[in-house]
Design a protein around this ligand. Structure first.
Ligand SMILES: NC(=O)c1ccc[n+]([C@@H]2O[C@H](COP(=O)([O-])OP(=O)(O)OC[C@H]3O[C@@H](n4cnc5c(N)ncnc54)[C@H](OP(=O)(O)O)[C@@H]3O)[C@@H](O)[C@H]2O)c1
Length: 216
């Protein structure tokens, strides 16, 4: 199974480092700028080659690490190449001043993404995971949670199995509509951590959930 990571920003780099540790032979890394992507590979000392987007879209699982506003036109452009693929959506629909949302309260970015690519299986994940948390996802013995959502049970299960090799607690968080809360929780955690003075090293671990059936 091949996993494509697209983009050289904070989340692109964090996901690349993390997935490479568990799946060094399965990663395809792409960016609008081949040079920037090559610099990232050098900086992280990863034994990979940058691939063009057309090549990355051949992967089974695609993770675009764009902002929601940029992802929408990107999805329209690449709709054909994304058909039949699992698309991991990490976006949070925050406004420019990070104090509100750009989607209505009866939807979420994950649901809007799924509407644009109905022939792909969208799986929401990493929505609450700030980029610095990937470097050390355990605090005082508690693993950072990843809430995995999808309207397709099989896609959700496949992604959970994939993520189970990463150093996080991976939870089945149900259907995409649950992102109406999950995405908004990220903004709440941002506000709380700014008050506490430790932004962006904050994450969720929903206490009391270690029962069989919630995890894969
Ligand atoms: N930052 C966090 O801690 C965090 C946590 C959870 C979720 N998220 C979500 O993750 C996403 C990325 O956040 P970030 O902080 O990593 O942002 P970022 O550092 O600004 O990176 C975004 C990347 O998207 C790529 N990009 C931008 N416009 C593009 C376009 N038109 N076509 C193709 N690629 C484009 C760029 O990579 P190239 O220049 O290489 O193309 C850019 O580096 C956002 O949707 C955010 O809501 C972020």
């Amino acid at each position: 199974m091949k996993i494509a990571i697209i983009g050289t920003g904070r989340m692109g780099k964090a996901l690349l480092k993390t997935f490479y540790k568990s799946y060094p032979d399965s990663i395809l890394f792409s960016s609008r700028s081949k040079q920037k992507a090559q610099e990232v590979l050098e900086e992280l000392a990863l034994n990979l080659e940058v691939v063009p987007l057309e090549e990355a879209l051949k992967a089974d699982i695609i993770i675009p690490t764009l902002w929601f506003r940029d992802l929408l036109p990107w999805l329209q452009e690449n709709k054909e190449g994304l058909k039949g693929k699992i698309l991991i959506d990490i976006t949070n629909p925050f406004n420019a001043t990070f104090d509100d949302f750009t989607t209505a309260y009866d939807t979420s970015s994950a649901e809007e993404v799924q509407k644009i690519v109905p022939q792909s299986n969208v799986v929401g994940a990493f929505k609450n995971t700030y980029w610095v948390v990937f470097d050390e996802p355990v605090l005082q013995g508690l693993k950072s949670d990843i809430y995995v959502t999808s309207d397709d049970d099989d896609a959700r299960r496949k992604v959970m199995e994939l993520l189970n090799s990463l150093p996080f607690r991976v939870l089945d968080a149900g259907m995409l509509k649950n992102n109406r809360y999950i995405e908004r929780m990220t903004l709440l955690s941002r506000e709380l951590s700014l008050k506490a003075g430790n932004y962006p090293r904050i994450s969720f671990n929903l206490w009391g959930l270690d029962h069989e059936g919630l995890q894969t």
